[in-house]
Write a protein that binds this ligand. Structure first.
Ligand SMILES: Cc1cc2nc3c(=O)[nH]c(=O)nc-3n(C[C@H](O)[C@H](O)[C@H](O)COP(=O)(O)OP(=O)(O)OC[C@H]3O[C@@H](n4cnc5c(N)ncnc54)[C@H](O)[C@@H]3O)c2cc1C
Length: 419
């Protein structure tokens, strides 16, 4: 295990007393049973203190890397600490796929699901919607197994680590499929906003990148399943043509680590993420924030941000817009509403970025934007809590699974409990 005490971006130093990486579930159970305070640690890709613990941090990365396929059930049971990249290669080798992936395949399965991490696609839910079952070590060190038939599962999947340490996740799988990825440039920013629904629906998974700069132009990354008919939107006069070569979302950066483009068909797991799994990102020179609004509100939300675009541009690397289908997971930022996620990759300077984060939040307040749980936000905790109508139900789960608050930290106290 990486022995460092910081997150991937280097902006959070963990205050935990110790970080351990058990090599068996029994060892992990013993760690949990004897710890007064303990939390799970994934691949450390969150940009805030969500993962930290005042006691022990327990990584699941060293558990046996199981990927067990149940073809009849259409599922695969995978070790929680595995990265999507590792799971994907092993499923693909058996002719199977996951329905969707995030922009980077290096995230751990349990960590990504715990925060409602998503890819894109008007018909694709966040990654946690593929979870058909969970095995978690709860406060006494016991293992609780949840299946879709258990009503607790919808509360336990996106749980911010507050219910216990997930040791295995059962994921829905589908037959492997190929995808072609085409980057289209340039789409006028105002045209993008005016036709947002059509743009988001122009492929299986679509991302629109904009830098809010004076050129007012956006790139549209369309990932289309091979064998499915291309969207008619691609033929409309306002839709921009394919780029003449590979592109990186950030102007001027080399596309060498980006997933294959130019429409070249390839395996789902080599096209759905924007970046190649073989590329090992070290400490990231960036900070990220993301706000999820109802899809119907997204054009108005983007126009509200347009009023402060000069200030955004000053500290921004790139913004990305993605679609997430509504789900019924209690703490999912897409719970109950078809969603557009408005993402910001900022420069790595928290002092300069935080005022802009607050400004963006002020502009998005009328749209009841839900912040990505794993990224930087400053919204008042009481306001965040008010945007999750199923939070009281989740608190009931915490009472049952962790009555003594062993898995709590400052972050969960603030955003899940409050005064
Ligand atoms: C470069 C980069 C790209 C990203 N791309 C996307 C993207 O495309 N879409 C998106 O939505 N987000 C994206 N994110 C955000 C990222 O997906 C989330 O922060 C996610 O939670 C990271 O997973 P992790 O394994 O690193 O979890 P960590 O950051 O280590 O932990 C996050 C939370 O998960 C909990 N957790 C971790 N493991 C377990 C476990 N075994 N049991 C119980 N709880 C657990 C932790 O306790 C903590 O609360 C990106 C982040 C980075 C740095």
């Amino acid at each position: 295990m990486d022995g460092s005490r910081v997150n991937w971006a280097g902006n959070v130093r963990f205050g935990a007393r110790e970080i351990v990486a058990p090599t068996s579930v029994a060892e992990l159970q013993a760690v949990v049973a004897r710890a007064d305070r303990v939390r799970a640690l994934g691949t450390r890709h969150s940009f805030n203190e969500i993962a930290d613990s005042p006691g022990v941090l327990v990584s699941t990365a060293a558990l046996p890397p199981a990927v067990d396929v149940d073809r009849a059930g259409g599922t695969a049971r995978v070790a929680a600490g595995l990265r999507y990249a590792e799971v994907a290669v092993r499923l693909d080798a058996q002719g199977l796929a996951l329905p969707n992936l995030g922009s980077l395949p290096h995230l751990s399965v349990a960590g990504a699901c715990a925060t409602g991490t998503h890819g894109s696609g008007t018909r694709n839910g966040c990654l946690a919607t593929s979870v058909a079952g969970l095995e978690l070590v709860t406060a006494g060190g016991d293992i609780v197994v949840l299946h879709r038939e258990d009503e607790d599962l919808a509360g336990a999947v996106v749980a911010l680590g507050a219910l216990g340490v997930v040791v295995a996740v059962t994921l829905d799988v589908v037959p492997a499929f190929d995808v072609g990825q085409v980057v289209h440039e340039w789409l006028d920013h105002d045209v993008l906003v005016a036709h947002l629904d059509e743009v988001m629906g122009s492929g299986y998974s679509v991302s629109a990148f904009t830098d809010w700069g004076p050129a007012r132009r956006a790139q549209v990354w369309v990932k289309q399943r091979v064998g499915e008919p291309a969207s008619a939107v691609l033929d409309t006069p306002w839709f921009p043509p394919p780029a003449d070569g590979p592109r990186h979302p950030v102007a001027g950066m080399s596309p060498v680590n980006c997933s294959e483009q130019l429409g070249l068909p390839g395996s789902w797991h080599e096209r759905l993420p924007h970046f190649r799994s073989g590329f090992t990102p070290s400490t990231g020179q960036e900070l990220q924030s993301e706000y999820l609004v109802a899809r119907a509100d997204a054009p108005a939300a983007l126009r509200a941000l347009d009023g402060v675009r000069d200030r955004i541009t000053a500290v921004l690397q790139i913004s990305e817009l993605r679609a997430v289908a509504a789900d019924d997971l209690w703490l999912s930022p897409a719970q109950g509403r078809d969603t557009v996620a408005i993402h910001f990759t900022w420069i790595a300077d928290a002092g300069a970025v935080l005022p802009l984060v607050a400004l963006v939040e002020q502009r998005l307040a009328p749209f009841a934007a839900r912040p990505h749980w794993g990224k930087i936000f400053t919204i008042d905790p009481q306001v965040v809590r008010s945007r999750y109508e199923l939070l009281p139900r989740f608190r009931g789960l915490v009472q049952r699974y962790d009555p003594g608050g062993r898995f709590a930290n400052d972050y969960t106290d603030r955003y899940l409990v409050g005064s």
